[in-house]
Design a protein around this ligand. Sequence first.
Ligand code: ATP
Ligand code: MG
Length: 491
Amino acid sequence: MTDLTNKIPLEVSQVTKTLNKGGFEAYIVGGCVRDLIIGREPKDWDVTTNANPEEIQALFVKTFYENDYGTVGVVNEDVIHETLKVVEVTPFRIEGKYTDHRHPDSVKFANKLEDDLKRRDFTMNAIAYDIDKGHLIDPYKGQEDIKDKVIRTVGEAGDRFTEDALRMIRAIRFSTELGFMINKETSDAIEKHAELLTKISIERIRDEFCKIIMSPNPMAGIVMLQRYGILKYIVPELEEGLGIKQNGDHIYEVWEHNLRALNHSADRGWPLDVRIGALLHDVGKPRTRLWNKEKNDYTFYGHDVVGGKMTSKILTRLKFPNDFIDNVSKLVRYHMFFSDIETITLSAVRRIVKNVGPENVWNLMKVRACDRIGMGRPKEQPYRLRKYEAMIEEAMRAPVSVGMLKIDGLKIIEITKTPPGPKIGYILHALLEEVLDDPTLNTAEYLENKALALINLDEKGLKELGDKGKESKEEAEDKEVGEIRKRHGVK
Ligand code: ATP
Ligand code: MG
């Protein structure tokens, strides 16, 4: 008998113990039991019991209950580990008939644990563990499937997918996350019933899709989605890249190139926006491919612009939040920017920072790295990479200018009652000179007083001060840029 008890945090065993003391059965169940058996760290802890929601709530100090499934959240205060803050306790459930392919017509509480396990999706997710007795309840031989690394539905696969079509994507998601095979009967049923996904809310589909993207080998997951005929209900645009050969430098067709770019982002542990940016960066290629006779090769002019628009459409359809859609579309729209780096000037980098937004520009560099690796090209040479990074930082640096001052020309005109003219500019530069020397002087009060004193100088004297200020400004700029470059180890 597997002894899992010593791997279970006290916060969780306290919950089942409290239920037991109250006279109820209580087990941990589902993903957490599966992960314990595999030796992964559970993401969350679920408890199932024959107590009803009111009985559960009566046993704990702090709980919440705001759903139709009977799930009561038991709150543990003062725990460090995020996964232990809430332990979800759900009464044994049995599900009524499914007529809409997504939810049961009714949710009923059951008396027996066996009924609850029967409604679960896969054998590996239908195991319960009695912490007190140290024993597993595993009527569908989930442990065996875990040992063999097999994903198999509880009961007849076709029936289970017809009840809730999302389970088909979940099978692929678990296969990708865990590196398990989907059993033949189960995968045959996926191919047969794929179309039922049109009945499922796009948000539920998106959430499973994101889990595939965030897994260590998302390429395998997307290949599976495609092979089983499911991808066309999520991102059909990606399939346009199948069989689309590319030009000179590329060894992979568009489809494989996008997937390899995605996998590089996963290898590096990069976040969701970069991963989806990498996956979609060349999504516009199939629609822009043209044969060029002179070059005797294909061209893809405008694929970045078309791809940016397609990305926005795709992510809107998947109901991602607006700022996410905006950021990722920009990553795709501007992914070509760093590809002809030889000719890149600082002002071009400034423009790109303005276009993608300063918060997005480092992600753009990451998508570029994915693009390169996805082409089968070697990693960027470290020196060149540092050079781009220095340029970006240089472009994003706030310029040294009179704009930094806590006073402006208009204010000086107002307080000195002087008409506009060169004198105002000289004063500003003279003030900048002082502030560069001693940044603590950059206060409205000090600068206003100082301006009032300076206005009494004659124009020649003021011009000298102003010119000195300009020189100091240039020196300060050079010094800052020099420091940035030194930090990146480039000249
Ligand atoms: P993860 O570690 O990613 O959270 P999980 O197995 O815990 O994986 P959840 O979505 O949290 O997955 O669901 C918890 C449990 O509820 C599952 O293990 C499974 O037993 C059951 N379950 C979830 N969704 C379904 C579904 N669509 N059909 C049947 N059972 C489901
Ligand atoms: Mg879970």
